[in-house]
Design a protein. Structure first.
Lengths: 111, 116
């Protein structure tokens, strides 16, 4: 069965510091991968998606970037965090159309 | 432009009664809708879905109704149980730019509290 590993589960970072969140998946090959964010009081917003190694599409302009160095690895990064980057970050993959399967998420607090 | 809207941020229901969660959408091109359930500090889990060619889909205690003319869907939980207490998100797949991915557009969620 498919599994998604996200770490860390929680993270507190100062404004201006860099960020790297990692997502790895198991039980599937060549998956479509997604990064979503849930900001306080808001729904889940799609940030990036990737259909293959090195292929990244951005959905909204922001302070973040994504990379896919390996088939089952998806990384979310920032060079300098902003307060507005705080939120709950979720990695997801396709589980048949149109269902998305989510990881357990990372709670990021920028202070 | 919020294409999927959940106008009720919270709902409180007594155990054993019916919970009705509502969702409205603006994009008439949406052809599938999903409901997700989310506990605090966890990722959302898929609950139930409905194709736009149907007006009802049932799975155990959960039923989703779709009214295309009104661009409205609702999730009914009968009977409600304390373990159903969670945030429920309505979502629709976004196909603009190619349909090869499951890019989902989510509503803002409704927090359901089922009182024992």
């Amino acid at each position: 069965s498919q599994t998604i590993h996200q770490w860390p589960a929680t993270l507190v970072q100062p404004v201006g510091s860099p960020l790297s969140l990692e997502c790895t998946v198991e039980g599937t090959s060549n998956p479509n991968l997604y990064w979503y964010r849930q900001a306080a009081g808001r729904g889940l917003q799609l940030l990036f998606y990737s259909v293959g190694i090195g292929q990244i599409s951005s959905e909204v302009p922001q302070n973040l970037s994504a990379s896919r160095p390996q088939d089952r690895q998806f990384i979310l990064s920032s060079k300098k965090l902003l307060l507005s980057d705080s939120g709950f970050y979720l990695c997801a993959l396709d589980r048949g159309w149109p269902e998305a399967f989510f990881g357990q998420g990372t709670r990021l607090t920028v202070v | 432009d919020q294409q999927v809207k959940q106008n009720s941020p919270s709902l409180s229901v007594q155990e054993g009664r019916i919970s009705i969660l509502n969702c409205d959408y603006t994009n008439s091109m949406f052809d599938y809708f999903l409901w997700y359930k989310k506990y605090p500090a966890e990722g959302p889990t898929f609950l139930i879905s409905i194709s736009s060619i149907k007006d009802k889909n049932e799975d155990g205690r959960f039923t989703v109704f779709l009214n295309k003319s009104a661009k409205h869907l609702s999730l009914h939980i009968v009977p409600s149980q304390p373990g159903d207490s969670a945030v429920y998100f309505c979502a629709a797949p976004h196909k603009a730019g190619g349909g090869a991915t499951n890019k989902l557009i989510f509503g803002t969620g409704t927090l359901l509290a089922v009182q024992p």
